[in-house]
Write a protein that binds this ligand. Sequence first.
Ligand code: SF4
Length: 459
Amino acid sequence: MSDVVITPEVLARYNKPGPRYTSYPTVPAWTEEFGEAEYREALNDLATRTEDPISLYVHLPFCAERCTYCGCNATVTTRTDVVDKYLDHLEQELALVVPQMGAQRRVVQMHWGGGTPNFLNQPQMERLVGLLNKHFAIDSDGEVAIEFDPRIGSVEQLEQIRELGFNRISFGVQDINPVVQEAIGRIQPFEQTEKLFRASRELGFSSVNVDMVYGLPKQTDESFRDTLLAIRDLRPDRIACFSYAHVPWVKPNQKLIDVTALPDTFTKFSLFRMAIDMMGEVGYDWVGMDHFAQRDDELAIAARERRLHRNFMGYTTRPASNMIAFGMSSISDLVGRFAQNEPHLGKYQKMVAAGKLPIVKGYKLTEDDLMRRQVILHLMCNLELPYDLTRTNYGMSLQDALGEDLERMEAYVEDGFIELLPDRIQVTPLGRFFVRLLAMELDAHLAKTSQRIAFSKTV
Ligand code: SF4
């Protein structure tokens, strides 16, 4: 990638706001008309597909304090009884949802995200694992993952997490530089991160990963290089390198960020380029938009073999399975529907206590949406569009399926973003940086939704 030249002029021209396509259609297209009845119908459809495995996501929103850069749906508390009460409501939500799905379902993937899942103490984690095991048959070789904040963790807690059956763990690191940490309200001595990271290896987690962020206040080329070197020395299996999105009108906690300390667009982009180059030199592949994986990791192999997928939990090697999500703000993705839970803690708890499925919005995909979803996600993950991609499911070529939209996308040949090969459209190394622009040409909802939300830019 180091031979791809992107000047400030090129960046200014193509760095346009656009969706990240973690879903298609993207959230702004979803509607409040999709509610409890529609989600119930989706679950009942799932009940007829008894052989389909499922994935589970559980949202655990609690954090001891709020980082100023945070873009998650998090709730600050120091009280364990608040967590106990939340677990009561998760138990009720499970009791409302699970009977709608028919026989006990096989789970191939589970992810606890947050907030800070390891804010839960041992009895609370045991309780939640017990509840999930009561309702679901979690595969012994399934991917069972948890997000982990080293600031409040310990080796003892890691042992407990491992004993509970988690085999994947991702460490929130963001940046190791004390000045940057001060600027984002997240003081995290690297020694603590390193000690717990190495303990995870010894405890036999099969995948030990790191989340970092570029574009944070006070980040410079020099400071970010130090962060990359430190993370490189840990040798995580996978690294998520997220772009910081400064949206204080959506996330008021970000108002505490000093905007004058944010790197400008080109500096921010240079930081990401540095990550690509440095990680590439030590055996990592750039995967998807913003991940790196060791070259022999199954995620990197899947990307090379063009069979990478993604869902709301991130990139995965497994073809999409239905994902059922629990907890406030969580998003389910099942049998052609998206459904989002109430994002406000008090309202979520009230709805569940009243015996209601706490859905506030969602979307039922049309045939056209399903086809475009397959195409856009394949493009975003695998950086190509075989002309036969839609043949099996929709009985027609990509050209027949997408018509003028595909022709509009093909115009990016002139910009050097794609090449037209006999059997497929291939994204070039330059086009990879702006792949969202290509996907936007195939998005049938964008004209309607872009007026309703300001999407983030490429960097
Ligand atoms: S960034 Fe993570 S730890 Fe910090 S407040 Fe947000 S969810 Fe909590």
